[in-house]
Design a protein around this ligand. Structure first.
Ligand code: NAD
Ligand code: MG
Length: 392
């Protein structure tokens, strides 16, 4: 049966990789909708190639521009705003939604896809970090199929017995070994970290990604968000997960069982592998990913993460332990701090400082509704911006 797909965040790194896999399997997938924020020219080219039923621009003016550009061409209706994003995430004709908007902006549409019971391919880890329990409750209630796209979580998913991904003790799992590349500053001293630029932070040694996640990889906040993501996806706790810095980024994560077996998923660092795994699951399809050449690689290395130089990983673990709205505050403060760093309004080493101060200032509340979480997100952004203007 033909799968109808909505790609949320189609112009991003994950979106474009998803479309590349889709392009290779025209008999299997059709694009129902594509969405972007402001990138009209890129969206126009994607609409001409994939002819989606609907194109959504989150930004109203960008939507008007796209509509004018598409005038006279048949087939694609243009929508705008969060309403448009949620509509194409939940549309009856859609089977599968790739949730690849970056940051908290992706929560409403990702959640709309979950509530509509879709097969949801989750790249937008921030949505799950912010709203963990409510998000997983929504998955259980709607019987949506949630498939992890983050390479580490996809690796863990592949190393767990089918149907047991939220029952680790029952499956005989002792620990999850979450791998991390260590980012571009793995060997920098505290002193060197003071002076790094946005361009250096975005030049990841193994992966080409969006700017926000690239900075998160450099601070290790990405691993912190992934630790929280893993706890929710696999129904476990931080003390059952150990981060292993593995600079080659070939082992995408591992699962250790009580009998001493350790299962790993390996592959070239190319997001088309986890994306195709989600798109075709439980089947396998071609991706164009370079096959692994273990002889050329020769050897693998492992190190413990250095929480002194990279405190973001510790802050994330602590926020998960605090529970309630703390992870949403962590995420919002991080988004603001990263944006300020990318805009050259904050030094790299002040990113964790801003997050820690914001967390200290906001009382943890019970995260029992999405409204509470979104209100904390706004409050945290406000406070983080105040701290950023003070340290700048
Ligand atoms: P990106 O910056 O390349 O793309 C982001 C996409 O989201 C774009 O299409 C953009 O138009 C859209 N977008 C941005 N702000 C928006 C807004 N306010 N409203 C609506 N749409 C908006 O990011 P990316 O690297 O593709 O990452 C996307 C998500 O996937 C992130 O949550 C990231 O953590 C996760 N992820 C990415 C990778 C990777 O290799 N790039 C790996 C694992 C997980
Ligand atoms: Mg990852």
């Amino acid at each position: 049966m033909m799968q109808q797909i909505t790609v949320l965040g189609a112009t991003g790194s994950i979106g474009l990789n998803t479309l590349d896999v889709i392009r290779r399997h025209p008999g299997r997938f059709t694009v129902y909708a594509l969405t972007a924020n402001t990138a009209v020219e890129q969206m126009l080219a994607l609409c001409r190639e994939f002819r989606p039923r609907i194109a959504v621009m989150a930004d109203d003016r960008a939507a008007e521009k796209l509509e004018r550009s598409l005038a006279g061409e048949p087939g694609t209706q243009v929508l705008s705003g969060q309403g448009g994003l949620c509509e194409v995430a939940a549309a009856a004709a859609v089977n599968t939604v790739m949730a690849s908007i970056v940051g908290a902006a992706g929560l409403p549409s990702t959640l709309a896809a979950v509530r509509a019971g879709k097969r949801v391919l989750l790249a937008n880890k921030e949505a799950l970090v912010m709203s963990g329990k409510l998000f997983m409750d929504a998955v259980a209630e709607s019987e949506a199929t949630l498939l992890p796209i983050d390479s580490e979580h996809n690796a863990i998913f592949q190393c767990l017995p089918p149907g047991q991904v939220r029952n680790l003790a029952g499956a005989g799992v002792r620990r999850i070994l979450l791998t991390a590349s260590g980012g571009p500053f793995r060997n920098h001293t505290v002193d060197e970290l003071q002076r790094v630029s946005p361009a250096q932070a975005c030049a990841h040694p193994n992966w080409a990604m969006g700017r926000k996640i690239s900075v998160d990889s450099a601070t290790l906040m990405n691993k912190g968000l992934e630790l929280i993501e893993a706890c929710w996806l696999f129904n476990t706790r931080p003390d059952c997960i150990e981060v292993h810095v593995h600079p080659e980024s070939i082992i995408h994560s591992m699962v250790e069982y009580v009998d001493g077996s350790v299962l790993a998923q390996l592959g070239s660092p190319d997001m088309r592998t986890p994306i195709a795994n989600g798109l075709a699951w439980p089947e396998r399809i071609e991706t164009g990913v370079e096959p692994l050449d273990l002889f050329a690689l020769g050897r693998f290395h492992f190190e413990r993460p250095d929480l002194h130089r990279f405190p973001c990983l510790r802050l994330a673990a602590e926020a998960f332990e605090s529970g309630g709205t703390a992870p949403a505050v962590l995420n919002a403060a991080n988004e603001e701090a990263v944006a300020a760093f990318l805009g050259r309004n904050l030094r790299f080493c002040d990113i964790p400082v801003i997050i820690e101060r914001t967390l200290a200032e906001i009382a943890v509340a019970t995260a029992d509704t999405f409204e509470v979480i979104l209100a904390k997100d706004l409050e945290a952004r406000e406070i983080a911006r105040q701290h950023i203007s003070h340290v700048h």
